[in-house]
Design a protein around this ligand. Structure first.
Ligand code: FAD
Length: 632
């Protein structure tokens, strides 16, 4: 028999990015024995890579900002498909979560009068992103880790063990959740380094596993983002919503090929960088959609004046929400006005002095010098769209972060959860999302545990089944090669379920995904259990497959274009489709089941934050009539 290490906790948090760490802190503060699991090294998560900042309406740089404006921007950015309650909680609670970080030891950049400085970003009406140069995520993770260490020191003083109340399992991958009936009972996984297995028995699990980008070849995401949390949730009986909405960030590196997809932060545009095509033209002025026409400058002169006088000028179109900018770049390249490497130019060199660039964008300066031998103080960058963020995710209760579906004791926060960002996320709204809903998930997971009459039990048969699944690729040494399978999957998703989608291609994608699924069922890994990346990928593929199937199915079903979902055959937004969430669940057979569910209706006082003319661009006539009544 294979040895399995056993542990007992109250709350197991899967993922050690911002959402996971903030949830773990809250659970520990609520007195719960808490485990934090991280697939990579502790501290290495997407959160650490976040550059631009965290959006919070503190009103430090422009006092007109407040939660209502932030809420409005978030709903607009998501094209009104957002779960309004999540957007409301997020806008209201983000400032408190940022200030709280400073009490944990973070230090954000300052305004002249000593307040937390805030920078401009796409879709945000006022400067709103609290930042630390272009290394905000690093400060966030550093601070949360420091808080955890300080809690562990308190625990040591009290119990003689640092790990007595909060323990970190780094380089450990969870492959399965275990249930007792419908209640979460534990999590099963392996240590990456030695391939040993572990079972964490716990009545509550918080999923904070981040995104799914590795199903695409050109992506800003790193290796661990294979949709594990999404798949774990589905297999446990939870539901995913709106998986068709993927954010293709407009500016990834396009050259050299080895670094294609690596992110170029939106701060470059927020701080004054402009996009030009191969004719040298600032093309974004041609791509302002009607719904945004009133808020964006029509001339370069007005756009440039905005940086110093935002009250009397409109914003540059380079700062439209990401979906708009990504589609515009895609069109320019397709129409033959791209750069030699197939992107467009992003220029700061002619826009500000070299010292300013180096001070405001140190990581970008370094990144281009090191990876592409380009000095961004002297020449433009070449950029193009890259798969960046998944708006869809685990369907959750907005207040408690508890997963919907049949399962209890499962919570989700951060990128793995869905709803908050609607069809398109605004930059900076993820770091704040992690803090707001990470805290809520930790708090509610703890009160769930407190309310349990008895602890769910892990069944031996379920542990054995999880073990069999984990060992299967090693028992098929001559099975399909996992790397080939991942490349084939990436080709299907990139070519047929990419930025611009069509019914025929999506149907083809679904067919190919079925074929791939059969091959993945036969995936093999050579070698043994000691540090074996081929085996790890073989296990991740199962997750990537089911998540990709959700994305392709929902993309075929949604016959409109909205945010991170563009259908060439249905190019307009449809007010009828705005009322629909597409919800995925898993059938016993392993097939994905798709359902329509109504988008919750905004409360009256929130509706009245918008002008009727704006609402009329998004809502059906029926809705407008009933909203008129609500708003009164
Ligand atoms: P992550 O930080 O992604 O962490 C996920 C954790 O889960 C990791 O610890 C991982 O190891 C673990 N994990 C995954 N699967 C498993 C498993 N099976 N078992 C155990 N552990 C697992 N957003 C902003 O708001 N502002 C920005 O400026 C910004 N810049 C960005 C720049 C880059 C380059 C990227 C890639 C993203 C950026 N984003 C930004 C988006 C933002 O960083 C992410 O959406 C966010 O950090 C996600 O946080 P999270 O806590 O949900 O998950």
């Amino acid at each position: 028999t294979t040895r399995i290490e056993r542990h007992h906790y109250d709350v197991v948090v899967i993922g050690a990015g911002g959402a996971g760490l903030r949830a773990a802190i809250e659970a520990r503060l609520a007195g719960k024995r808490t485990a934090i699991i991280s697939k990579s090294l502790f501290g290495k998560a997407h959160t650490v890579m976040a550059e631009g900042g965290a959006a919070a309406a503190m009103g430090n740089v422009n006092s007109k900002d407040n939660w209502m404006v932030h809420f409005r921007d978030t709903m607009r950015g998501g094209k009104f498909l957002n779960n309004f309650r999540m957007a409301e909680l997020h806008a209201k609670e983000a400032p408190e979560r940022i200030w709280e970080l400073e009490t944990y030891g973070a230090l954000f950049d300052r305004t002249k009068d000593g307040r937390i400085s805030q920078r401009n970003f796409g879709g945000h009406e006022y400067p709103r992103l609290a930042h630390v140069g272009d290394r905000t995520g690093l400060e966030l993770i550093r601070t949360l880790q420091q808080k955890i260490v300080s809690l562990q020191q308190e625990d040591f003083a009290e119990t003689g063990s640092y790990d007595s109340k909060i323990k970190v399992f780094a380089e450990t991958t969870i492959t399965e959740l275990l249930l007792d009936g419908d209640a979460v009972a534990g999590a099963f996984g392996y240590y990456r380094e030695n391939g040993e297995f572990l079972l964490l028995e716990a009545p509550a699990v918080v999923l904070a596993t981040g995104g799914v980008g590795r199903s695409y070849k050109v992506t800003s995401n790193s290796w661990e983002y294979t949709g594990d949390g999404h798949a774990l949730a589905l297999r446990a009986g939870a539901t995913l919503i709106n998986m068709e909405f993927l954010q293709f960030h407009p500016t990834g590196m396009v050259w050299p090929p080895s670094v294609k997809g690596i992110l170029v932060t939106e701060s470059v545009r927020g701080d004054g960088g402009v996009l030009r095509n191969s004719d040298g033209k600032r093309f974004m002025f041609n791509y302002v959609p009607d719904v945004f026409r009133k808020q964006y400058a029509e001339t370069e002169e007005e756009a440039d004046r905005w940086y110093t006088d935002p009250d009397n000028n409109r914003r540059p179109p380079e700062l439209l929400p990401r979906d708009e900018v990504a589609r515009a770049i895609n069109s320019e390249v397709k129409e033959g006005r791209g750069t030699p490497a197939g992107g467009v130019y992003l220029d700061v060199s002619t826009r500000m002095p070299a010292e300013t660039i180096i001070k405001r964008l140190p990581s970008m300066h370094h990144q281009f010098k090191e990876l592409a031998d380009v000095d961004i103080t002297k020449e433009p960058m070449e950029v193009g769209p890259t798969c960046h963020y998944v708006m869809g995710g685990v369907e959750v209760d907005p207040d408690s972060a508890a997963a919907f579906g049949t399962v209890t004791g499962l919570f989700a926060a951060g990128e793995v959860s869905g709803g908050m960002h609607g069809s398109n996320r605004l930059g900076g709204n993820s770091l704040s999302d992690l803090l707001v809903f990470g805290k809520r998930a930790g708090e509610h997971a703890s009160s769930y545990v407190d309310a349990l009459a008895k602890r769910p039990k892990v069944a031996t048969a379920d542990v054995e089944a999880a073990l069999d699944v984990a060992l299967a690729p090693l028992n098929r040494q001559s099975g399909e090669n996992p790397y080939t399978l991942q490349q084939d999957l990436q080709a299907v998703m990139g070519d047929l379920v990419g930025i611009i989608r069509r019914a025929g291609e999506l149907t083809d994608a679904l067919k190919r995904l079925q074929e791939l699924k059969a091959r993945v069922a036969n995936v093999g890994a050579t070698g043994g259990r000691r540090y074996n990346p081929g085996w790890h990928l073989a296990l991740d593929l199962r997750n990537m497959m089911v998540v990709s199937e959700c994305t392709a199915k929902a993309a075929l079903e949604r016959e409109e274009s909205r945010g991170g979902h563009t259908r060439e055959d249905f190019p307009a937004m449809s007010p009828d489709w705005r009322r629909v969430n597409l919800v995925c669940s898993l059938e016993k057979s392993g097939d994905v089941h798709l359902e329509h569910k109504p988008v919750p209706t905004m409360r009256g006082e929130l509706i009245s934050l918008f002008e009727r003319t704006e609402l009329s661009k998004y809502l059906t006539d029926d809705e407008l009539t009933s909203f008129d009544a609500l708003a009164e």
